[in-house]
Design a protein around this ligand. Structure first.
Ligand code: UDX
Length: 435
């Protein structure tokens, strides 16, 4: 089938490349001409495992192309996915001006029946507005449908999540729209939930907010573990053995970041407020997530005495491993607060350095973990990159001014580092400080 994806970002590019891989003809549209120029030269603007090869392969086989011309793409495609960013406004609400502009442009360009599909994470009721915008701007005789097909892609494993989803959600208003989407996803072996547009939109926000809730819950339990001398990893293990709870997303740490969970949580709180419900539970989730970062800094302070003029080595800047994405990364707040306290920061991340350099001021960016550690007063881990788990701690000990590690993602076994003579501080284990 011929389809257009509007928005060549994390979601749009992965979705387009995967649909092309399934055999469809995909046009990726973006209003950023530099990005499109780079894509035409097969320079992929984001790091996502496997995406580079997937785009190149399908580009060579002529199933994916790039353009800034939405109107031209609409004329050639039966299905148009809207996959542009819905960044949060000051009040936490999703900014939908881009969505409205795209809907307007699609409406003006349509000459035959088109299925317009919301792929971006949008507040409930957006489908109704997209439909209204197209209705009043299209040519009289042209038919169309609107649908919601939310994505559940995790950065760092987005292609796998697309090709092997737990479920495909189709929010539709007609059998025709359902048929087209079923055919589009025909080669993917996954359960399909067909529902109405509002429910499909809400499934996305409710799912992401639940994941955020699960993370904040385990982080709050981790605090109780620290105060009671219990071990959060044992507690998470025991909880996860109950199928109704499930072990996934019970990893205590410095909290969640990324462009999805924080934004979707805010949006869901705001939507609920606008609909007349004060979602206090989700406000607590947000508060707990902020607490995790503050509490981590308190731990650093309580072991360093004064932070001022101390040199702190930071390993990991991306909001999670296997991505270069810095959006809402916990490292941003943590580093900026440490700098406000007068700390000198030496930082290293395997993939996110180029993006981090646009965010941080006065940070010394290092070539590797060892350069970051050299002559630093302590080492802090903010992202659980695999390569940090394989560090040579004997060498680390020689490089650090003192053998002091703050592990924000519990990637090390306390007894191993203690055995090497480190003072090891992590999340949710005993008194929080391992002498
Ligand atoms: C999330 C959802 O998982 C995905 O379904 C949705 O489509 C987009 O948002 P993503 O933001 O890419 O995906 O990353 P995810 O793996 O969910 O992690 C989000 C944040 O939660 C990261 O900062 C991660 O470090 C943190 N996290 C995750 C925890 O702190 N503990 C956990 O147990 C799991």
């Amino acid at each position: 089938m011929n389809l257009t994806i509007v928005g060549a970002g994390y979601v749009g590019l992965v979705t387009g490349a995967c649909f092309a891989q399934l055999g469809h003809n995909v046009i990726c549209v973006d209003n950023d001409s530099d990005k499109i120029k780079a894509l035409k030269k097969l320079k992929i603007p984001i790091y996502e495992p496997g995406l580079d090869d997937l785009v190149k392969k399908n580009f060579r086989e002529g199933r994916i192309s790039f353009t800034t011309d939405i109107a031209g793409a609409v004329k050639k495609s039966l299905v148009i996915f809207i996959a542009i960013g819905t960044p949060p406004k000051e009040n936490g609400e999703a900014d939908l001006t881009g969505i409205e502009k795209v809907a307007f442009t699609i409406a003006r360009a349509m000459t035959d029946y088109r299925l317009i599909v919301e792929k971006s994470t949008v507040p409930v009721e957006t489908g109704r507005w997209v439909k209204h915008t197209i209705e009043i701007n299209k040519k009289k005789k042209v038919g169309f449908d609107v649908a919601s097909n939310p994505e559940f892609l995790r950065e760092g494993r987005a292609i796998r999540d697309f090709m092997h989803p737990d479920r495909i959600v189709l929010g539709v208003e007609s059998k025709k729209a359902e048929g087209i989407l079923r055919e589009l996803y025909g080669r993917i072996d996954a359960s399909v939930l067909v529902t109405d547009i509002r429910s499909a939109e809400l499934i996305k926000h409710a799912s992401n907010s639940f994941l955020a809730l699960k993370i904040s819950y385990i982080n709050a339990v981790a605090k109780v573990c620290e105060l009671s001398g219990a071990d959060i990893e044992q507690v998470a293990e025991g909880m996860g053995m109950d199928k109704r709870v499930g072990r996934a997303f019970l990893d205590a740490g410095i909290g969640f970041g990324g462009f999805c969970l924080p934004k979707d949580l805010d949006a869901f709180i705001t939507i609920s407020q606008k609909l007349g419900y004060d979602f206090g539970l989700l406000k607590e989730v947000k508060k707990t997530n902020e607490f995790q970062k503050d509490d981590f800094i308190r731990k650093i302070e309580s072991s360093l005495w004064n932070i001022k003029d101390k040199t702190i080595a930071v390993l990991g800047l991306a909001f999670k491993p296997d991505t270069d994405d810095m959006r809402f990364a916990p490292s941003i707040d943590i580093i900026q607060v440490l700098q406000r306290h007068g700390a000198v920061i030496r930082a290293y991340d395997p993939k996110a350095m180029h993006k981090a350099k646009k965010i941080f001021k006065g940070v010394k960016f290092c070539r590797d973990a060892y350069e970051a550690a050299s002559s630093s007063d302590c080492l802090i881990i903010l992202t659980e990159w695999q390569e940090f788990k394989e560090l040579d701690f004997k060498k680390m000990k020689r490089l650090l001014k003192q053998p002091l590690i703050f592990d924000g993602r519990n990637i090390f076994a306390p007894e191993v580092l203690k055995g090497l003579g480190f003072k090891y501080v992590c999340i949710g284990k005993g008194a929080g400080i391992k002498e």
